[in-house]
Structures are given as structure tokens and as C-alpha cells.
Design a protein around this ligand. Structure first.
Ligand SMILES: N[C@@H](CCC(=O)N[C@@H](CS)C(=O)NCC(=O)O)C(=O)O
Length: 211
């Protein structure tokens, strides 16, 4: 059987989403770890916008948005509930806030020079007062974003919160966001994340997951 080909980059939070969804759905692909400054011509031919992740199906169809790859993978899971999680309007609203306002704040906080930001505390504090505060409020009532167990919604969100936390880990752990901090730790410690972060050799497609 011909496998889909996933162009991925280990440290990219969008690619992490895609890899964890493939794991959750137990859907095997060939994973090609790219070098960002030397993207494979075949990837650019399939998706000229040049972002990862990109999934190329055996019939030639190209899926080059992380959420669409998640949905494609989850739709094939033996658990039909998995795919439904991302279709919930509230889940979509969380993801839209993450991929929109929070990602902008994260980039300005993480790379102030790149964005000409002189006061990196403004985007940092806006992120805390915005998405992170609201996630913490929900996570006080339930362990994960869509209920009592880890779901594709957590997978879509936590790689970005992880990046935010890692900019200044001591400062992040000093925040009064205990439910969010516990959630992040559980997600990072999960088997999904551990397996999604297994190192693949550059530029050599490998079976993923390698069952
Ligand atoms: N909306 C896209 C965003 C993907 C994205 O921006 N990926 C980054 C890496 S984290 C990328 O490939 N950037 C291109 C580059 O750095 O050359 C998705 O959800 O898949």
C-alpha cells in the first residue's frame, strides 16, 4: 500500500499538531523531516506557499494546512468521536484565538527584533490577560480543553502555549495560572507528545509512527 507523504519539521508547532493527530488516529505515513532553509523542491512543487506541515496523498491530493491534516487523520480513526472534537464551534473558537491573536503575541514576544518590538512585555502580558487567562478559567473546571481527557483540541493548542512558556520558563511558572500550568505539563508529558517528538533523520522519509 502506498503511504501518504508528510513534510514535517520537528520543532514547528503546526507540524506537531499534525504528527500528534496521526498518532491519535493510528494513521501511518512516510514522514520527511525538512530543513527549513533548504526545502525539498518536491514539497514546494506540491505546496508553493512553503510552510510545513504538508501532506501529499497517494492520489496526488495535497493538504497543506495543519488543521486540515488533523481533520484528515482523525476522520480515519476507528474512534469517530475524535474527529468530531474539532468540529465543535467552541473548539474552533479556541483554535481561531490561538492561531490568530495569540500567535501574533507569541511571535512578538519571542522574536521582538524581527517585528521591531521594543517592549516585548506588552505582547507577553496581552497573551496572559487574553487567551491564557481564559484557558486557565476553563481548565479549573475540567482537566483538558474538551473534557476530562486529552483530545485533538489540546493537541491543536498546547504546542503554542509550550513555546510561550519556554521563552522564560521561570517567569511563566511564577504566573498565577495553576490550571493552565498543570494542563501544559500533562500535555508535554503525554505519550502523544513524546512519540511525536522522536527525532527523524533529515531529508530521509521514515515510517511514522514507526509501529
Ligand atoms: N497555517 C499554516 C502555518 C504553518 C507554518 O507557518 N509553519 C511554519 C513553521 S512553524 C513554516 O513552515 N514557515 C515557513 C518557513 O519558516 O520558511 C498551518 O497551519 O499549517
Amino acid at each position: 500500500m502506498q503511504l501518504p507523504l508528510l513534510y514535517t519539521y520537528r520543532r514547528c508547532p503546526y507540524a506537531m499538531r499534525a504528527r500528534m493527530a496521526l498518532l491519535m488516529a493510528q494513521r501511518q505515513v512516510l514522514a520527511h523531516e525538512i530543513v527549513l532553509r533548504d526545502k525539498p523542491p518536491a514539497m514546494l512543487a506540491a505546496s508553493p506557499k512553503g510552510t510545513v506541515p504538508v501532506l501529499v496523498l497517494p492520489d496526488g491530493q495535497v493538504i497543506d494546512e495543519s488543521l486540515h491534516i488533523m481533520q484528515w487523520a482523525l476522520a480515519q480513526s476507528s474512534d469517530p468521536g475524535l474527529g468530531l472534537v474539532l468540529q465543535d464551534p467552541q473548539a474552533r473558537a479556541w483554535i481561531d484565538r490561538n492561531d490568530g491573536e495569540f500567535k501574533v503575541q507569541l511571535d512578538r514576544y519571542k522574536y521582538p527584533q524581527r517585528f521591531g518590538v521594543t517592549d516585548r512585555q506588552s505582547p507577553r502580558d496581552a497573551a496572559v490577560a487574553g487567551l491564557l487567562h481564559d484557558m486557565n478559567a476553563l481548565l479549573k473546571r475540567q482537566a483538558y480543553m474538551a473534557g476530562p481527557s486529552m483530545s485533538p483540541l489540546d493537541v491543536a493548542l498546547f504546542p503554542f502555549v509550550r513555546q510561550f512558556a519556554a521563552v522564560d520558563a521561570a517567569w511563566f511558572s511564577s504566573l498565577n495560572l495553576p490550571a493552565l500550568q498543570a494542563w501544559l505539563k500533562h500535555c508535554v508529558d503525554s505519550a502523544w507528545f513524546t512519540q511525536a517528538m522522536v527525532k527523524l533523520p533529515d531529508q530521509t522519509p521514515q515510517l511514522f509512527p514507526n509501529l
